[in-house]
Design a protein around this ligand. Structure first.
Ligand code: G6P
Length: 486
């Protein structure tokens, strides 16, 4: 008999890298895996998802690890055509830009929605065949928004939760989607739906009201019945995701991490000030925004290029999607120009690494950096911001954070910026660089308290307890006790 908790996400926590006919398994990219992997590390569960490689439907990767921690892994095979049309197409050329305020053009393609449906159906069949009677199924993110309703129809005995890791767009943007009703009804098939922020929740409720028969108030949506299905109540709320504070704290106190941090600074020429950016190479992350601000600060003499280094670590992402190829060209073109203009023989104030970095090593970079720059144009949460704060165990360092990242709701003591305002961003960076020790300590300590109070374990416990509860008053009490916004 399978596990009673089944996590379903487009990606498994490991992805397959194939080179020279050999396959190796490495941790999958992105905040979803970072958070879930930590949250589930102490629970027996099953994780169903895709391995990151295309395979024909029969040939499930024989070498997929069967478990990670206490988690059994089950692969959903996707063909190369499905990867192109579902993952690269509908998920990352349609939904991703649309849900991020359409900061890049949105592709509307009818056949890719059909593949999205077919892939959601495949996930549904695999989950339904693995789930014991009455199991809890926790579905994650925009790649699987049809799955809750599909599961409810096939297996009404299951308790289904859905969590959206990215923003939910304002109704006037979401309303452009030709498949808006299918998506909303798909998500509404869940018993509990979670969003990162109260804004995302409000946007969702407005779209539900515009395009479906359901209506919501005070954290509940009532979904009218039909000939086949009774009327239901769905619980909705904002559950800001977080990080494994204990793990990052333990790494930050480890002598080996401190040594690595010293090494990083020394390799960079022991600058007086080290500014750092760490992102998937994605057009939502505003890498070009911070680069422009920093280059101008060097050019106008506010930052001294002989004493300051800006290091950008960008991990490769979705490299077959056109918009990602374009942003890579833009970012790397801008970096090349800046390096050409600002460097002296043998040294450069701008350093760039295009590679995935093991997450534990990143802690050393966080410890090395005087100022962390997190400047997305739109971001569901942004766990890098929270990780940086968790790594600054001595209450030093400074965080410059975009107002348009979900994390800005909790990290009010960061130097908050509007990434569309280059002058404002420059001012905030300079203030962060020049702030007194006392000022930095005051801000960092307040942010650390916020992150410590609400770590990833608490996030998953809160979501799962609300999902497990059917009594309305008990849900209201649970919410009040945990201080969750409606
Ligand atoms: C974000 C999304 C995740 C996604 C991750 C990495 O965090 O919310 O669903 O898995 O990015 O993106 P990728 O396309 O590589 O899975």
């Amino acid at each position: 008999m399978g596990n009673n908790v089944i996590v379903v996400a487009n990606r498994l926590p490991v992805e397959c890298h194939e080179a020279d006919g050999a396959a190796t398994w490495v941790r999958s990219p992105g905040g979803l895996v970072t958070a879930l992997d930590s949250a589930l590390s102490r629970h027996a569960c099953t994780w169903i998802g895709w391995s990151g490689r295309a395979c024909d439907e029969q040939s499930i990767a024989a070498d997929l690890p069967t478990r990670i921690h206490e988690c059994e892994l089950i692969e959903v095979p996707l063909t190369a055509e499905e990867v192109a049309s579902h993952y690269e197409g509908f998920c990352n050329a349609t939904l991703w830009p649309l849900y991020h305020d359409a900061v890049a053009p949105v592709v509307y393609n009818r056949s890719s929605f059909e593949t999205y449906e077919a892939v959601n159906r495949r996930f549904c069949d695999i989950v339904a065949s693995e789930a014991p009677r009455g199991a809890t199924i926790w579905v994650h993110d925009y790649q699987l928004q049809l799955l809750p309703q599909m599961l409810r129809r096939l297996r009404p005995d299951l308790r289904v939760g859905f969590f959206l890791h990215i923003p939910f767009p304002p109704p006037e943007l979401f309303g452009r989607l030709p498949w808006r009703q299918q998506i909303l009804n798909g998500v509404l098939g869940a018993d509990a739906i979670g969003f990162q922020t109260a804004d995302a929740l409000e946007n969702f409720l407005a779209s539900v009201c515009n395009h479906t028969q359901a209506s919501g108030a005070d954290g509940f949506i009532s979904v009218p019945g039909s000939a086949d299905e009774p009327e239901r109540t769905v619980t909705v709320g904002a559950f800001p995701i977080s990080i494994d504070v204990e793990h990052i704290g333990a790494l930050a106190t480890d002598a080996a991490t401190a040594e690595l941090a010293r090494q990083v600074r020394s390799d960079l020429g022991d600058p007086r000030t080290l500014l750092l950016g760490v992102d998937r190479l994605d057009y939502t992350k505003g890498i070009e925004v911070r680069l422009q601000a920093i280059v101008e600060l060097f050019e106008d003499g506010s930052l001294n290029p002989y004493e300051t280094v800006f290091l950008q670590i960008a991990s490769p992402s979705r490299q077959n999607v056109e918009q990602y190829q374009r942003i890579r060209e833009q970012v790397e073109g801008a970096i090349g120009r800046a390096v050409g203009d600002l460097s002296r023989l043998g040294t450069s104030p701008i350093q760039y690494l295009y590679q995935s970095m093991p997450s534990d090593d990143l802690v050393a970079f966080y410890m090395a950096a005087d100022v962390m720059l997190v400047t997305p144009l739109r971001d569901g949460m942004n766990l890098v911001a929270k990780e940086y704060v968790a790594a600054r165990i001595h209450d030093d360092g400074a965080l410059v954070l975009s107002e348009f990242a979900g994390a800005a709701r909790e990290l009010r003591d960061a130097w908050l910026i509007n990434p569309y305002d280059t002058d404002g961003t420059k001012r905030a960076i300079l203030r962060a660089v020049r702030a007194s020790k006392t000022e930095k300590a005051r801000r960092m300590s307040a942010m650390r308290q916020a992150v410590v109070r609400h770590d990833v374990q608490r996030w998953s416990d809160e979501f799962l307890s609300i999902l497990a509860t059917t009594d309305r008053q008990e849900i209201i009490d649970l919410r009040e006790r945990s201080g969750l916004p409606l």
